[in-house]
Design a protein around this ligand. Structure first.
Ligand SMILES: Nc1ncnc2c1ncn2[C@@H]1O[C@H](COP(=O)(O)OP(=O)(O)OP(=O)(O)O)[C@@H](O)[C@H]1O
Length: 250
């Protein structure tokens, strides 16, 4: 499949207010695609449309067409849709009452990607290794996540999302609250995953977009102002608003 996500003429309203305005995007498979833009521009809302978490927002209305992995998202059961989509939020939110192991194993169990204990162990190990956390937790898998640092907790959330074996990974400012070393580890993990899945990341940081993105879309007040290969957007932005944002003026 050429595009993991295709969005045509998307409008989103919440309580009658237009939050996204005629958004059109084609997200090539096996790339890191960054949605970049200032606070309140609609970045998180756009992610919530892709996995239909928008359905849970009261008085929200969606117009237009959204295809995920070739399927119209409104033609499939949202639970089935979300089985293929991992998500990591801005604030690390592991399940506090579950051990490190069970946090990761849960998704794999729910999705039926492991048939027995041995397979489950393998998926947990693979997920933690890919999230660059394995070495730090392999001897304490039965401990609660409260024993981990904030950055480790966020890598645990990444491992939890990976254990679903998703085809699409959505990340909403995944490193906004963590230190540079943990940020580096997460970015390395994401780069290593590109050959297996498609990653859509939201950030307000042009620096992060520069480091890891293949493509960037600049969102401003609900509209895609400019999109294209990341080098083109970062080095030679065509729109005045993009230029201003990159200089830190918006
Ligand atoms: N549940 C909601 N109810 C009402 N308004 C909402 C809701 N969620 C988002 N909005 C509004 O939609 C607009 C876009 O919000 P969104 O969170 O998508 O922006 P963002 O670019 O992700 O911002 P940030 O970078 O600050 O997270 C904002 O004006 C926000 O107030």
């Amino acid at each position: 499949m050429r595009y993991a996500v295709e969005i045509n003429g998307l409008n989103v309203f919440i309580r009658g207010k237009k939050i996204l305005d005629n958004v059109n995007l084609k997200i090539p498979a096996n790339t890191i695609f960054t949605i970049m833009g200032p606070s309140g521009s609609g970045k998180s809302t756009l992610l919530r449309v892709i996995n239909r978490l928008i359905d849970l927002i009261p008085f929200s209305k969606v117009e237009g067409k959204v295809y995920v992995l070739g399927k119209d998202i409104y033609s499939v059961d949202p639970y089935i849709l979300r089985k293929h989509i991992g998500m990591v939020f801005q604030t690390p939110n592991p399940f506090p009452h579950l051990s490190i192991y069970d946090n990761v194993a849960l998704g794999a169990k729910l999705n039926g990607v492991a048939k027995n204990r041995k397979e489950l162990d393998k998926i947990v190990e693979w997920s933690l290794k890919t999230a660059m956390l394995w070495d730090e937790v392999k001897d304490r898998l039965r401990e609660l996540p409260s024993k981990l640092s904030g950055g480790q907790r966020q890598r645990l959330c990444l491992a939890r999302a990976l254990a679903l074996k998703p085809k699409l990974l959505l990340l909403d400012e995944p490193t906004a609250n963590i230190d540079p070393v943990n940020t580096w580890k997460i970015e390395e993990a994401l780069i290593s995953l590109k050959n297996q899945l498609t990653i859509i990341m939201v950030t307000h940081s042009p620096h992060q977009a520069t480091r890891i993105s293949d493509y960037i879309a600049f969102l401003y007040m609900g509209r895609i102002i400019e999109q294209g290969p990341s080098k083109q957007i970062l080095i030679n932005p065509q729109n005045e608003l993009t230029q201003k944002f990159l200089k830190g003026g918006i």
